[in-house]
Design a protein around this ligand. Structure first.
Ligand code: SAM
Length: 276
């Protein structure tokens, strides 16, 4: 496609669905989905890809990746450009049209975009993935969906899942899932193209509850990423206001200690009251 045709098709999409809201991807030469400047998500792309490379120790071309609630497709598209086989699930047609447009301009055959609700995720429907990206969607679901969602992510994941999510700094409400108690607070959703679909409130879990949930559903360990840096997150951390971070859950066989039989249970992360 020549650049004028791409520009014209891009404008047609903007006329129908509005401008791109977050994912800036170079289409050709100086032509980008948003513009020829940094928009902020670039540092996230770098963080997530570095984490995948470091933690899998494999080349991207060996990986099957799921990009949940993929918006305009940036993370999945970057991974497909790097050689991974990717499925992107997104609930809004407005966002998917933009993702599909970029896929066709870049001539990518390694990524498929599917319109679906992430609450329908299952291994029966989508198969399994080495890597699951759960970026900017976990905190948009309500209870009990958010708990089922965590469980289904674990079921489709064979190696690691990246959760870039808000957490609650306050312990305001308890939620019961499969006889276990979790804490957090309810959050009122807005009405943008980034918001949840079908629920007006969502649950933001506390950090300890998020850690406990990920272990309870079957992940073997959970890590929080600080570098490569997302400056916005680290600034919040320096002010002790951090309510968003990148958590990486790994899936492996639980290790049984050989040096002592005494540790039989995985201790749960204790909740702590955080002053507001
Ligand atoms: C905050 S945006 C995050 C997008 C992207 N993952 C990122 O990190 O830039 C949330 C996305 O989730 C989508 N979404 C919200 N609820 C959904 C649901 N139940 N099923 C599928 N997509 C959903 C929205 O349309 C939006 O694209």
């Amino acid at each position: 496609m020549d650049i004028e045709t791409i520009r014209q098709k891009k404008q047609e999409i903007i006329d129908r669905f509005g401008p791109w809201t977050n994912h800036n991807i170079r289409l050709q030469d100086e032509l980008y989905t948003i513009g020829n400047h940094l928009v902020g998500s670039e540092v996230k792309v770098r963080r997530f890809l570095q984490a995948i490379a470091d933690l899998t120790g494999q080349s991207f071309s060996e990986l099957r990746v799921l990009d949940l609630a993929c918006l305009e497709g940036l993370y999945g598209i970057e991974l497909a450009l790097q050689g991974a086989q990717v499925v992107g699930i997104e609930g809004r047609e407005e966002n998917l049209e933009k993702a599909r447009f970029t896929k066709s301009v870049l001539g990518l055959d390694k990524i498929d975009f599917v319109r679906d609700d992430v609450r329908n995720l299952s291994p029966e429907k989508y198969g399994q993935f080495d890597v699951v990206l759960c970026l900017g969607i976990f905190y948009h679901l309500d209870a009990p969906d958010v708990f089922e969602f965590a469980r289904n992510i674990e079921r489709v994941c064979t190696r690691l899942a990246i959760f870039d999510t808000h957490v609650s700094r306050t312990r305001e409400q308890s939620y019961l899932y499969q006889n276990r108690e979790y804490w957090g607070r309810n959050y009122t959703e807005d009405e943008t193209l980034w918001a949840s679909i079908g629920n007006s409130t969502s649950v933001w879990l506390t950090r300890p509850s998020l850690y406990n949930l990920l272990i309870d559903v079957g992940f073997s360990s959970v890590y929080e990423c600080h570098m490569p840096m997302i400056p916005k997150y680290e600034q919040m951390r320096f002010r002790e206001e951090a309510d968003r971070s990148t958590f990486i859950a790994l899936k492996n066989k639980p290790i049984r200690l050989l040096s002592t039989p005494l540790l039989t249970e995985e201790p749960r992360c204790p909740e702590k009251e955080v002053p507001t």
